[in-house]
Design a binder for this molecule. Structure first.
Ligand SMILES: C=C(OP(=O)(O)O)C(=O)O
Ligand SMILES: O=S([O-])[O-]
Length: 258
């Protein structure tokens, strides 16, 4: 039983269909990650090994981490950038094989940095799904100058192409920083007009909003509700985010309904 459990409403448990939290792991050690899961795994659904961090870590430790996360019902997966690196090396089949051998069941397919047309990206989504992976795709560019050329109508179209190709969910790109990209301005503030349009047009249960900063998390929880899907959460913010979802922090106290 949790401490002071009578002071918080419950929230849907895992496996969740809504209120998904995706955390960014940029190289935590096995023990630190296990400690974190012991105290907060109930509040995490996916954990992404960020961008190209994986080839810098011992394979056996990565395998153990994937298994350890899964023992807490948390699915780990490699960042989309690693797929893009495999792509430019002409090694996507090898990438899929290694991912399977390491124990990943979910993959991220993106074209955030490397020039891959959305048609081609969709073929890789299909390929990964056919190979047996759950695919989360990502829409957006990591270079702010390129990303700003994507208007909201185009983003909606790209999301629907990815979903039609078999992606189970689509991430709205905001990188680790959450600044000057997608729906955030250079201070990390939400661009309301764009977000309103996207919220109206997109199937919210299939979207994960990357929201690394607290003000962004609060914004989406107040706007869409505590069951909004949020991603790129820093590991040290897992519990803090859950308090915001539950109205256990001043920003949302008395303002959320679970
Ligand atoms: C989160 C990032 O990359 P990826 O989605 O590839 O992990 C990033 O580069 O900030
Ligand atoms: O590399 S991804 O985040 O597009």
């Amino acid at each position: 039983m949790n401490a002071f459990n009578f002071l918080t409403p419950p929230r849907g448990g895992k496996p969740r269909k809504a209120g998904i939290t995706m955390v960014l792991d940029k190289g935590m050690g096995l023990q630190a990650a296990r400690d974190l899961m012991e105290i907060s795994s109930d509040y995490v659904d996916f954990i992404k090994f960020g961008w190209g961090t994986l080839p810098l870590h011992r394979r056996d430790i990565v395998m153990e981490k994937v298994e350890m996360y899964r023992s807490f019902n948390v699915e780990a997966y490699p960042g989309g950038t690693l797929f893009e690196i495999a792509y430019i090396n002409g090694m996507v089949p090898e990438y899929l094989e290694e991912a399977g051998e390491i124990g990943f069941k979910t993959l991220e397919i993106s074209n955030g940095t490397v020039n891959i047309s959305n048609d081609e990206k969709c073929r890789f989504i299909e390929m990964a799904v056919d190979t047996g992976f759950n695919v989360i795709s990502e829409v957006g560019k990591k270079d702010p100058a390129l990303d700003s050329q994507l208007d909201p109508e185009e983003r909606v179209e790209l999301v629907s192409e990815d979903l039609n190709a078999g992606a189970s969910m689509v991430l709205m790109e905001a990188r680790e920083s959450g600044q000057n990209i997608g729906i955030y301005d250079s201070n990390g503030n939400v661009k309301e007009d764009e977000v309103n349009y996207l919220i109206e047009k997109l199937p919210s249960d299939r979207i994960i909003w990357e929201a690394p900063q607290k003000n962004q998390q609060v914004y989406f929880i107040l706007k869409i509700g505590p069951d909004v899907n949020l991603g790129n959460i820093p590991p040290e913010e897992i519990t803090a985010l859950e308090t915001i979802r539950r109205g256990l922090r001043g920003d949302t106290l008395g303002k959320v309904n679970l």
